[in-house]
Design a protein around this ligand. Structure first.
Ligand SMILES: *[C@@H]1O[C@H](CO)[C@@H](O)[C@H](O)[C@H]1NC(C)=O
Ligand SMILES: *[C@@H]1O[C@H](CO)[C@@H](O)[C@H](O)[C@H]1NC(C)=O
Ligand SMILES: *[C@@H]1O[C@H](CO)[C@@H](O)[C@H](O)[C@H]1NC(C)=O
Ligand SMILES: *[C@@H]1O[C@H](CO)[C@@H](O)[C@H](O)[C@H]1NC(C)=O
Ligand SMILES: *[C@@H]1O[C@H](CO)[C@@H](O)[C@H](O)[C@H]1NC(C)=O
Ligand SMILES: *[C@@H]1O[C@H](CO)[C@@H](O)[C@H](O)[C@H]1NC(C)=O
Ligand SMILES: *[C@@H]1O[C@H](CO)[C@@H](O)[C@H](O)[C@H]1NC(C)=O
Ligand SMILES: *[C@@H]1O[C@H](CO)[C@@H](O)[C@H](O)[C@H]1NC(C)=O
Ligand SMILES: *[C@@H]1O[C@H](CO)[C@@H](O)[C@H](O)[C@H]1NC(C)=O
Ligand SMILES: *[C@@H]1O[C@H](CO)[C@@H](O)[C@H](O)[C@H]1NC(C)=O
Ligand SMILES: *[C@@H]1O[C@H](CO)[C@@H](O)[C@H](O)[C@H]1NC(C)=O
Ligand SMILES: *[C@@H]1O[C@H](CO)[C@@H](O)[C@H](O)[C@H]1NC(C)=O
Length: 407
């Protein structure tokens, strides 16, 4: 009897303990099947105005008694919406391209009239803030898992997410056992995300970099909308960032990147803005030759830590003014001791672009080296083949002759 009571108490305590720490929700689709699963913790730190022209700061956790009204699932997008308290809500929008999914934005609304959360608030409005989480490249049919803290800073609201387990697109109503672990949870390795096939991500032997080759993007700059293109750039780009002891690589996604810039006589600029980073290229015209003179990259890694690295004393991608610089082979450049730039299928022309197309290209040493080697390699392979044919012919002849003699 006593033991029984103790067991019940333990069980109840266990449940309370669980609930008071994680917000777990199941969203069902129109067919009544599970279509989105989430189990996570969020802390909010909000600064708000109080009477007397002062500001106050409150900190609270996302409560576990939320409602999911407004959550929905689709084939291409899904929304997790958690409503709590007196008109507060926290929602995340997810989209997928079929193979991967990502969280596009977090929309957080809080009601300043709620005096229990915001005592003495000078305003009574409901404020909505939008933040960008770093939940990207999650394999379809996998759960995103991140136990590490991810802090998303805003002007008046900071959000900290941790112990996150989310599957934004559940198929067949069953949660996947496969996990995509966030980079921050992995042991210090140069990878962003890794997919494992067991429910618990085992931090196994040093995983090798798994980033795919970045897609090649085509970027251009026009002085104004009615002019022709004055700067052209084509490349696949990856950066490597060192933060403390942690090294991370990020690919630039061309179809989520906007280009802008300016063209001058002595200097031209290309600015690329993507979700994860902003890159500024400054090219110099040294009368006869041009070069990449400065590079500045700012952004934040998947663990949400911001970085800003630049070097204004570079001499890269040199070619004659009036031509373009080309390097198809993968290249790496050390920009600063914390930043490495990797390029793929590179071609740039920052000055003297005519009719919107690249002028004659000056190829990098490695490319010419390679093109020089290709005919030799083909020649060697061909002669090897000829020798092989010759040898087999000779052996064949010999065999048939000896065979003939023995009979
Ligand atoms: C509140 O403070 C700001 C500066 O901190 C000042 O410009 C503003 O006039 C003040 N407003 C009131 C109503 O006192
Ligand atoms: C989250 O907020 C609660 C309550 O304010 C606090 O006790 C806890 O330390 C916070 N946790 C983190 C990780 O900030
Ligand atoms: C905001 O809070 C006030 C006071 O608790 C409440 O009367 C009001 O309905 C809330 N607003 C919304 C949109 O729920
Ligand atoms: C970006 O391009 C990839 C292929 O390169 C494609 O699969 C993906 O759907 C595209 N994403 C967007 C947002 O257009
Ligand atoms: C909100 O505040 C304004 C003035 O600051 C007031 O006129 C209005 O009645 C208030 N609304 C509510 C719902 O309290
Ligand atoms: C958000 O975090 C930053 C950096 O830790 C801090 O400077 C800022 O005051 C915080 N803002 C709020 C509203 O807590
Ligand atoms: C999930 O795991 C199963 C079994 O380990 C495997 O067959 C399947 O391909 C995995 N799916 C994904 C999306 O990784
Ligand atoms: C571009 O051309 C259009 C129509 O020809 C004109 O209305 C517009 O002002 C021009 N824009 C610039 C920046 O010159
Ligand atoms: C490059 O600079 C030289 C000397 O400043 C100038 O004469 C030339 O026109 C410039 N070339 C371009 C394409 O702007
Ligand atoms: C470009 O550089 C040349 C030589 O350094 C200088 O004479 C010229 O004024 C510069 N032109 C511009 C537009 O800055
Ligand atoms: C990079 O650009 C940003 C924004 O313009 C600037 O704040 C930062 O100081 C620059 N960093 C370097 C190293 O030049
Ligand atoms: C950088 O390039 C050099 C050759 O140019 C190569 O030996 C080296 O392995 C590359 N480093 C990385 C990290 O790719």
């Amino acid at each position: 009897m006593n033991r029984h009571a103790a067991f019940v108490l333990l069980l109840a305590f266990g449940i309370v303990f669980q609930l008071s720490h994680c917000t777990e929700v199941n969203v069902t689709g129109k067919d009544g099947k599970l279509c989105l699963y989430a189990n996570l913790m969020v802390n909010f730190t909000i600064s708000y105005e109080i009477t007397g022209n002062k500001s106050a700061i409150v900190e609270f956790e996302l409560p576990n008694n939320t409602t999911t009204t407004g959550s929905e699932c689709d084939a291409k997008s899904s929304t997790l919406k958690l409503n709590f308290g007196e008109g507060h809500s926290w929602s995340v929008n997810f989209t997928t391209n079929g193979a991967m999914y990502q969280a596009d934005s977090i929309i957080f609304s809080y009601n300043l009239s709620d005096a229990t959360v915001f005592p003495k608030s000078a305003l009574n409005d409901t404020i909505t803030v939008i933040a960008k989480p770093h939940i990207t490249d999650v394999g379809m049919d996998t759960c995103y898992s991140c136990n590490s803290k991810e802090m998303i800073e805003g002007d008046s609201v900071n959000q900290t997410l941790w112990n996150v387990l989310i599957q934004a697109f559940v198929s067949n109503g069953t949660k996947s056992a496969n996990i995509t672990t966030c980079a921050a949870d992995l042991p210090t390795t140069p990878t962003t995300t890794a997919t494992t096939t067991s429910p618990a991500p085992p931090p196994t032997t040093t995983p090798t970099p798994t980033l795919p080759t970045p897609a090649t993007g085509k970027y251009s700059v026009k002085p104004d909308e009615n002019s022709t293109v004055c700067l052209l750039a084509t490349f696949g780009l990856r950066i490597g960032v060192m933060q403390g002891k942690k090294y991370q690589e990020i690919n630039l996604e061309p179809n989520a990147t906007k280009s802008s810039g300016s063209c001058g006589v002595n200097s031209s600029e290309l600015v690329l803005v993507s979700n994860s980073m902003t890159i500024m290229f400054t090219f110099a015209n040294d009368t006869k030759k041009f070069r990449l003179q400065a590079l500045n990259v700012t952004g934040s890694t998947s663990s949400g830590i911001a970085f800003s690295e630049g070097n204004t004393n570079l001499s890269l991608w040199e070619a004659a003014v009036g031509s373009s610089y080309m390097c198809n082979k993968e290249q790496n450049y050390t920009i600063t001791s914390f930043l490495t730039l990797y390029t793929f299928n590179l071609q740039v022309q920052p000055f003297g672009v005519k009719k919107g197309i690249f002028s004659t290209a000056e190829e990098c040493f490695l490319d010419s080296d390679l093109s020089f080697l290709v005919p030799i390699a083909v020649g060697v392979a061909l002669s090897f083949l000829i020798i092989l044919v010759l040898i087999s012919y000779l052996i064949g002849r010999r065999k048939s002759r000896t065979g003939y003699q023995s009979v």
